[in-house]
Design a protein around this ligand. Sequence first.
Ligand SMILES: [Zn+2]
Length: 435
Amino acid sequence: MTLATDALLARIEAKREEVTALTQALVRIPTVNPPGDAYEACARLVGERLAKKGFVVEYVRALGAPGDCDSHPRVNVIARWQGSAPGECVHFNSHIDVVEAGSGWTFDPFGGEVAHGRVYGRGTCDMKGGLASSIIACEALIESGLPIPGALEISGTVDEESGGFSGVGYLAERGYFSKPRVHHVIIPEPLGVDRICLGHRGVWWGEVETRGRIAHGSMPFLGDSAINHMSAFIHLLETQLQPRLRGRHTAEPVEPPGARVSTLNINSIHGGQVEQHYSQDARGWPTGDLPAPVVAHSCRAVLDRRFIAEENLEAVKQEIIDMLDELKRTRPGFDYGVRDIMSFVPTATPKDAPVVDATARAIARVLGREPSYIASPGTYDQKHIVRTGKLNDCIAYGPGILDLAHQPDEYVGIQELVDSAKIMALAALSLTSGA
Ligand SMILES: [Zn+2]
């Protein structure tokens, strides 16, 4: 097999300009989320290219799913190439949405400019470069004429940046990420060309509301401020819970190492009257809305609690409720409510799983070094594949430096695009042939 795979690697090496051009073409379609711009154009670019290479292409609009509307249709593309004999299917899943460009760019964020051996632009690293590498990998495999049993699949899915419910979540509910259709999934997120990401920490998004009693703001002693109650709760979070979480370490190789503990972020807080923007003119007269004097009868805080594999979701929630109950016992007038917003448990694909093993061997062959194994502090689409698709043989592996994701002057190295395409091709070849 060595001679044949040498030829495959040489074939991909010769596609350096092609993988660069494809990354550029993808980046020039500004698929910004929110609101979910130009998804269909990007899906079509992928689908039309792969149809010419013999893939069967489906476009699946997530009708009725979060964010889907006629002005911003959530269009996903799934392409499947059937091999020469029965066998297992390797699926490469990339999200096509990107976050807004933001400020601070020295390159055109949607220009796909090439400089210093890199392609610059929003989404180069997260993760249109990875999508381009996976496409080049599969095309080279097909052109190589090597016997490939099973099937190759490539998908471009939407809304990963906002939870993936209209992308991988929607497709997973319809069997696109389950056996017998698919057996192994590689998500080319920008984790680095020599790193295999096995999974991610868990998350509980919840909303805590404190309640008070409305009164005139000039006589606050006649009411009971929900904001004061919230402040007592936040004080406990800061002085008791957050220090406790910092001492709760995981054995999982989460990167960066600062995230190898449990964390809590207070995402937002809203209390009292609806937020307005007050201003005065030169005379000191109000120019717009004015506040009315009331004591806040409600205050809501959104919590983003990331938990480690050693914890469980019920205990994570109970810990918060126990603190609220403690306040209810000790603080006159304290009353609260808790709502779940969204939760995902941690995922961790075993190191001896087929997709991990095949990718590790491919990294060693192409780069001449052993991979490192990591886990992600935040969730990504693996959560839907594991939870809804019930498929555990899934990793994130792709070109790019994670720290550059969502930053100005985001880029992906062209050498990394080529190297990761080689690694994806070798991994897919050994997984489909069961080697
Ligand atoms: Zn991403």
